[in-house]
Write a protein that binds this ligand. Structure first.
Ligand SMILES: *Cc1c(COP(=O)(O)O)cnc(C)c1O
Length: 613
């Protein structure tokens, strides 16, 4: 059984059934393929984003339960609260479910812009916390004050002194002096990972010690010190080790205690920001995360308790703003394979001559006589021969037929060798396979659906949804359907992906891209005008599943409209040009018009390389 590292990244969310299909590890364990089939029966083609609300529920619950457990274990006196940072994924299906599952815990929202704050004011339950980060102008601050009057438990977290000035002024203007103010602190313990600029002394955000002292004076003078309730830090996303967090906690804990001693008596909360990592790795030796949620919760509680006790201050209320950890697992992208680049390399394609160049003849011998004990050696030899033969072609010594025979034979040999060598993916074998990799053309846009792979080379777990009881033999590189050469995930010997040799003319073969629920959907780009794929929400029930929200990918006309094209003009011009064309016969004009119309109303993902995908 091929597991594609499921035991490393899967968190028991998925399983593999007896038919070799990926399934949801709940109740009847329905397969992802059965969901995809049901959706495609409705005429949907192209890539699909599946949302699994039960995984949102699981993550929200685990965050609260682990912290509640840690609080109990250490007799911690402060409270624990969590908010969901909207920037991680603002799609309504997700936000609605998350708020529903978090409601009885008092789960709140974090906003980083006016638009997000307005959303939070609608979807947040009155009384659950809202935190506001990011740069704020007067308007955003005004919206915050309105939210507070509405009954929201909102904290405006300032990133700099000018924001504080604005808040003080607004409080005076609106005669509203009990808004909660938080201060983002700039830590000297630096940020981590690809997002190091989030924390650390050269960070984009937060107040230095000097600025903190100034802020205290400003608050006192404006008689708003009682509104100062929270300090905040965020050292980066996907924190892979726990140590930077511990350093940050020590620093923040001490700042908290010092500020209280200086008179900030209503300062009761420390907000740790986000950063809880998830495991994206498919191989044991390339793990991304080196701690568990339990460890994280225990460390936070223990450290803050210790510092508060040492400094004889009350144990602070704890807030976290974890995003990635909560929502990444709920999203799975399913994309059909359209084509295998070398699927036509089979024996029928050989056009051997009566007399072949010696190296071609030798390749044929290798192909005939390869067996497990010599497979690696023969594979090596065949690649050497191929390189010599290609040089001979360049120099004009062999013809195109010889060259084609070379390609076909080397492909056949490598397939045979890989299946003979079994799971012994030695370094050497991997490096050979890098040179004879199979290109899989996938009906999706990497720029739209996995932008973090393009931008920061973030790996996402990938596996086929079926055939898992057969050994995959092809070293795979994945190509998307944009016409950009960056739209490729090359075969990587450090993180090798092997897929099955499938005749996609005869059967469907779908790839699943997992853990794409955080950031990808909203960072996605409309490169080549491929937009957000069709999405569906799948509720797992006691006896199967139900699809509750099938939302088709935008039509081409909608995309044009979003970009402020005059869609009427576009339609009229296309139609006029058909009507006036002398090359389209009168009888077929009507059909051409109909055709164009239906294409405009459809999305732009591929439908028909081989008539059914
Ligand atoms: C981005 C961000 C988060 C969420 O980070 P995750 O790594 O997704 O948990 C939380 N708080 C702030 C201030 C952020 O900027």
């Amino acid at each position: 059984m091929q597991r594609y590292g499921l035991d490393i990244w899967g968190d028991d969310n998925f399983c593999i059934n007896q038919n070799g299909e990926v399934c949801i590890n709940l109740y009847e364990k329905p397969s992802l393929l059965s969901m995809v089939k049901q959706i495609r029966q409705k005429g949907v083609k192209g890539p699909l984003l599946l949302r699994f609300p039960h995984l949102l529920k699981k993550q929200v619950e685990s965050v609260y339960e682990k912290f509640y457990q840690a609080k109990k274990e250490f007799f911690y006196e402060g409270s624990f609260s969590a908010v969901y940072p909207l920037k991680v994924n603002q799609y309504p299906e997700l936000v609605k479910h998350l708020m529903k599952y978090g409601e009885h815990y008092g789960y709140g929202l974090e906003a980083g812009s006016k638009a997000e704050l307005l959303l939070a004011m609608v979807y947040n339950k009155l009384g659950s916390p809202i935190t506001v980060n990011g740069f704020k102008d007067k308007e955003l601050i005004n919206i915050g004050f309105i939210a507070s009057k509405m009954g929201h438990n909102i904290t405006l977290i300032i990133e700099g002194l000018s924001e504080l000035k604005n808040i003080i002024q607004t409080a005076r203007e609106r005669k509203h002096n009990n808004i909660n103010i938080g201060i983002r602190i700039r830590l000297h313990s630096s940020g981590v990972g690809a997002w190091a600029k989030s924390g650390g002394i050269d960070s984009k955000f937060g107040l230095t010690s000097m600025e903190l002292l100034k802020a205290m004076k400003m608050l006192k003078k404006a008689d708003l010190l009682k509104s100062f309730t929270m300090i905040h830090f965020h050292i980066g996303s996907q924190i892979i080790d726990i140590n930077p967090l511990k350093r940050a906690l020590r620093e923040a804990g001490n700042i908290y205690a010092e500020l209280r001693k200086m008179g900030a008596r209503n300062l009761k909360a420390i907000n740790l920001g986000g950063g809880l990592a998830i495991e994206y790795s498919q191989s044991e030796n390339a793990r991304y995360r080196h701690y568990t949620l339990e460890e994280y919760a225990n460390d936070v509680i223990f450290l803050l308790k210790t510092i508060a006790n040492q400094k004889r201050e009350i144990e602070p209320d704890i807030f976290i703003e974890s995003g990635r950890y909560v929502v990444a697992s709920h999203g799975v992208l399913v994309a059909p394979v359209l084509e295998l680049f070398s699927q036509d390399y089979n024996e029928n394609r050989l056009e051997l001559k009566k007399k072949n160049p010696p190296l071609v003849a030798e390749l044929y011998d290798l192909y005939q006589s390869i067996e497990p004990k010599n497979a690696l050696e023969y594979l090596h030899d065949s690649i050497d021969h191929m390189e010599s033969l290609l040089t001979l072609f360049d120099l004009g010594y062999i013809d195109l037929k010889d060259r084609s025979n070379t390609e076909v034979l080397v492909n056949l040999i490598s397939k045979k060798a890989v299946s003979m060598l079994g799971d012994k993916h030695s370094r050497e074998l991997l490096s050979i396979q890098e040179r004879v990799q199979e290109r899989y053309l996938i009906n999706f846009s990497l720029f739209q659906s996995l932008p973090d792979f393009w931008g920061i080379k973030q790996n996402f777990p990938i596996m086929p949804l079926s055939h898992l009881n057969e050994r995959p033999t092809r070293a795979a590189s994945l190509w998307d359907i944009t016409c950009d050469s960056d739209g490729e995930m090359g075969f990587n010997p450090n993180n090798p992906l092997f897929l099955h040799e499938i005749n996609v003319n005869k059967e469907d073969y779908f790839l699943g891209f997992f853990l794409v629920g955080a950031y990808q959907e909203v960072l996605g780009m409309k490169h080549n005008l491929f937009v957000h794929p069709t999405e569906a929400t799948v509720q797992i029930t006691k006896n199967g599943f139900t699809i509750t929200n099938l939302l088709q990918s935008q039509s081409i006309l909608d995309i044009f409209e979003d970009m402020d094209y005059d869609v009427k003009m576009i339609k009229n011009t296309l139609f006029k040009r058909v009507k006036e064309s002398k090359k389209i016969s009168q009888e077929t004009k009507k059909d051409s018009l109909k055709e164009l119309e239906s294409y405009l109303e459809d999305n732009s993902y591929l439908k028909t390389i081989y008539n059914k995908r």
